[in-house]
Structures are given as structure tokens and as C-alpha cells.
Design a protein around this ligand. Structure first.
Ligand SMILES: CC(C)(COP(=O)(O)OP(=O)(O)OC[C@H]1O[C@@H](n2cnc3c(N)ncnc32)[C@H](O)[C@@H]1OP(=O)(O)O)[C@@H](O)C(=O)NCCC(=O)NCCS
Length: 188
């Protein structure tokens, strides 16, 4: 049966709540998208922010709740009640019950266990409620923190994408990782 992405759930953990985006999240979202560490670790190019990008980005977040084939949720820090980051299940492949996953936490949200909990909550939802079989991602080799969080959640390294990214310091490899529903069930 096809996954039902029309439901945008609220998933509550000890440290984070995963929930749909709200209009007053936007200043924190903008700050995160402009954070050099986020830019570097996600392999993005620095952006010269202008009104057109502001409008496009606002529109993007305003429309996440209406997406029929992906799930984008805010990571709310329960300590502050504020937006701390986002988790995304995208590139849904219904034939193979598979999705891609990505996560990004802004400057105030990192290194406090929020990412570890957010990953577990969203992949648990992906397997238990969306009926996914496989959730995959790629992580650059200069991001061992992210890799550690993914391994803790049960993602397994499947291969290396050599020279996947050109950085100011040279070429960087990425590691392809995935977790399968049976892996997750065995751990839950
Ligand atoms: C990656 C990210 C989601 C991790 O979430 P987080 O809340 O910062 O991470 P946590 O605090 O939950 O856990 C970090 C883990 O990595 C470990 N860690 C931290 N720095 C590390 C490093 N340099 N090398 C290895 N492990 C490291 C921590 O010790 C911890 O593991 P532990 O619980 O076993 O002690 C978050 O930092 C983030 O969004 N970073 C910016 C964007 C990004 O990198 N996105 C992922 C792109 S693939």
C-alpha cells in the first residue's frame, strides 16, 4: 500500500517535537540556511541572500504542509519551544517503498542530543506509519558527527561515492547509508 504523506504528524520525544512548520519559524530557518557550518556540512554553496531568495524560501516552507509525496517537519527544541531544525523524508519511490532522508539543525540546536532523537523519531514514523522499507541518505566524510548519529539510529554504510563534492579544501567522498525496515524492527 502506498505511503500516506498527506498526514503531517506531530511526533513528541523527550528533547524535541517534530511538527509542521509555523509562520514564526522563518527567522530561525533563515539564520540556519545562512549558517556557514550548515552550508559546509550539507555540501551547499554559500548564498547571496536577496529578496527573491527570501520570497522563494518563504514559499517553500509555507507549502510543505501540502506536499503529497514527501514529509518535511520542523524540529522544535522542547527546552525553548523554538524551531531548531528540520527533518525530511523525500524522493519517495512507491514501487520500492523507499525514501531519502536528510536533517539539518541550526546554530543553537547542535550537540545536545536533539539530532539523535529527531532521526529516531522520523525514521520510526517512516517505517511504522508510512510503511517504508528502505530509508537512504548520503553523508560527506568530513561530517563524522552526522555519520555517528545515523549509525546510532541503525543506518549502515553501503558504499563510498568517491570525489562526490568539490570543496575549497579539495575533493571529498560521500558515504551512502541506509536503514531497512527489518533492521529498525530488530532494534525497536
Ligand atoms: C548532524 C546533526 C543532525 C547531528 O545532530 P546533533 O544534535 O548535533 O547530534 P547529537 O548531539 O544528537 O549527537 C552527536 C553524536 O556525534 C558525536 N560526535 C560529535 N562530534 C563528533 C566528531 N567530530 N566525530 C565523531 N563523533 C562526533 C557525539 O559524541 C554524539 O555521539 P554520542 O551520543 O555517542 O556521544 C546536526 O549536528 C546538524 O544538523 N549539523 C549541521 C547540518 C548537517 O550536518 N546535516 C547532516 C548532513 S548529512
Amino acid at each position: 500500500m502506498a505511503a500516506d504523506f498527506s498526514v503531517k504528524p506531530v511526533l513528541t520525544g523527550d528533547k524535541v517535537t517534530l511538527r509542521p512548520f509555523a509562520a514564526d519559524d522563518f527567522p530561525a530557518i533563515r539564520a540556519a540556511l545562512l549558517d556557514p557550518e550548515v552550508t559546509r556540512l550539507t555540501g551547499s554553496r554559500p548564498v547571496a541572500w536577496d529578496q527573491a531568495i527570501e520570497d522563494r524560501t518563504r514559499d517553500w516552507y509555507d507549502t510543505r504542509g501540502a506536499q503529497p509525496d514527501r514529509l518535511d517537519l520542523a524540529v522544535e527544541d522542547r527546552a525553548t519551544g523554538r524551531w531548531a531544525g528540520e527533518v525530511v523524508l523525500n524522493r519517495y519511490d512507491p514501487d520500492n517503498a523507499a525514501c531519502n532522508f536528510r536533517i539539518m539543525l541550526g546554530p543553537g540546536g547542535r550537540d545536545r542530543g536533539l539530532g539523535t532523537e529527531a532521526v529516531r523519531l522520523i525514521i520510526g514514523y517512516g517505517f511504522a506509519r508510512l510503511g517504508l522499507h528502505r530509508i537512504a541518505l548520503e553523508v560527506y566524510d568530513f561530517n563524522p558527527r552526522a555519520r555517528r548519529v545515523y549509525e546510532k539510529a541503525g543506518f549502515v554504510a553501503e558504499g563510498v561515492l568517491r570525489d562526490a563534492l568539490r570543496t575549497p579544501d579539495g575533493w571529498a567522498d560521500a558515504t551512502a547509508m541506509a536503514i531497512l525496515a527489518p533492521d529498525w524492527r530488530a532494534r525497536s
